[in-house]
Design a protein around this ligand. Structure first.
Ligand SMILES: NC(=O)c1ccc[n+]([C@@H]2O[C@H](COP(=O)([O-])OP(=O)(O)OC[C@H]3O[C@@H](n4cnc5c(N)ncnc54)[C@H](OP(=O)(O)O)[C@@H]3O)[C@@H](O)[C@H]2O)c1
Length: 326
């Protein structure tokens, strides 16, 4: 089958379109004919061998996929061939077909088309899990979102607004801030000048009730300092580079909670709740309560290298989706 193939760990431009063996559904697995796959920041790390898991080359990257079940392996109980599904693939989504354990597969809500579903599955899935399941964000609370025009960030902005919070969005350029406002941010902070800490203090002297941090590095201490008394700081990712260490005294002084968010593990441990989250978001979209996801481009699989390059270069506002022709 056709796939975007990583033959040896290295930069995205060393990948090429090629052939990989046809996947076979093993015990507990389904094979999905991939229609569309969201492109995510971890895909750029996996091909360089710099992520938590390291698939053995040759392999196709692609951490999530949307499509129809083609075949099921022994013991599969929740799906049948023909079902429309979304899956956490970890890798292998940038291919015509992929085999995935059924525990990482969910049915797709009616009315959610393939491109929208591919744009939302991981980014919105992570953001709603963070805001609703972990932080239990309440209407009227103040929410700060960092990296607010990235995949998870823009989803958190739109979902925070849909949930009735007052959203402050922080991003690395004025153009990205403008996009965050279009998606429901009440106010924005551009941190291109590196003055995030002072800007946060002036925007919310008492701090933010909930802070969504997909950046890590030095951003996280600024985020913790901007967290309110009894607030919740959501640790989502480390797109800015380093995994930060936090001064624990600030957690004590603020009586706040630092909360881990691990969407992939959540999906595997509680697929029913993940499916319910998707249903909730599909309902909000249909009813006009949730701003539709921003799909910056839909690219054919042949342009997978370009998609990875753009994500790594911080050059995407919202999501890129690959269509695989599966
Ligand atoms: N915990 C989970 O379950 C979970 C789920 C999904 C993703 N993640 C993680 O969350 C992070 C963000 O994911 P995402 O999908 O939102 O990524 P994304 O779409 O690539 O957005 C990341 C944002 O980070 C900012 N950024 C700051 N420094 C950067 C740098 N050195 N390189 C690249 N971007 C930089 C960029 O915004 P500015 O230019 O505005 O600064 C960019 O828009 C990643 O680390 C990812 O692995 C975690």
């Amino acid at each position: 089958m056709r796939a975007l193939v990583c033959r040896a760990y290295g930069p995205a431009d060393t990948l090429e379109i090629g052939e990989l063996p046809e996947p076979v559904a093993g015990p507990g697995e389904v094979v999905i004919a991939v229609a569309a796959a969201g492109v995510n920041f971890p895909d750029t790390l996996i091909v360089e061998g710099r992520y938590q898991f390291k698939p053995a080359p040759p392999f196709a990257p692609g951490g999530e996929a949307v499509g129809r079940v083609l075949s099921i392996g022994p013991g599969v109980t929740r799906f049948r061939p023909g079902d429309r599904v979304g899956a956490v693939t970890l890798w292998g989504g940038f291919a015509e077909r992929v085999a995935v354990p059924e525990t990482r597969v969910v049915p797709l809500p009616e009315g959610l088309d393939d491109i929208t579903a591919a744009a939302m599955l991981q980014a919105h899935g992570t953001a709603i899990h963070a805001l609703q399941d972990r932080a239990v964000l309440r209407p009227g609370e103040r929410l700060l979102v960092l990296g607010a025009a990235g995949g998870t960030g823009l989803a958190a902005v739109a979902l925070g607004a849909a949930m009735g919070s007052r959203v402050t969005a922080a991003a690395g350029s004025e153009a990205k801030c403008a996009i965050a406002r279009e998606h429901g941010a009440a106010e924005t902070i551009c941190y291109a000048d590196g003055e995030l800490r002072a800007a946060l203090k002036s925007a919310a002297p008492q701090g933010f009730d909930v802070v969504f941090d997909p950046l890590g590095d030095s951003f996280t201490e600024a985020a913790l300092r901007a967290t309110a008394w009894e607030g919740r700081l959501l640790i989502v990712g480390f797109a800015a580079g380093q995994i930060p260490r936090l001064p624990a005294n600030l957690v004590l002084l603020k009586g706040c909670q630092v909360m881990g968010v691990f969407w992939g593990s959540f999906v595997e441990r509680d697929p029913a709740r993940h499916a319910a989250n998707l249903e909730t978001m599909a309902g909000w979209l249909a009813g006009g309560r949730l701003h539709p996801p921003r799909v910056e481009a839909v690219l054919p699989l042949d342009q997978g290298v370009e998609a990875l390059r753009r994500i790594a270069a911080r050059d995407v506002r919202g999501k890129l989706v690959l269509t695989t022709g599966g």
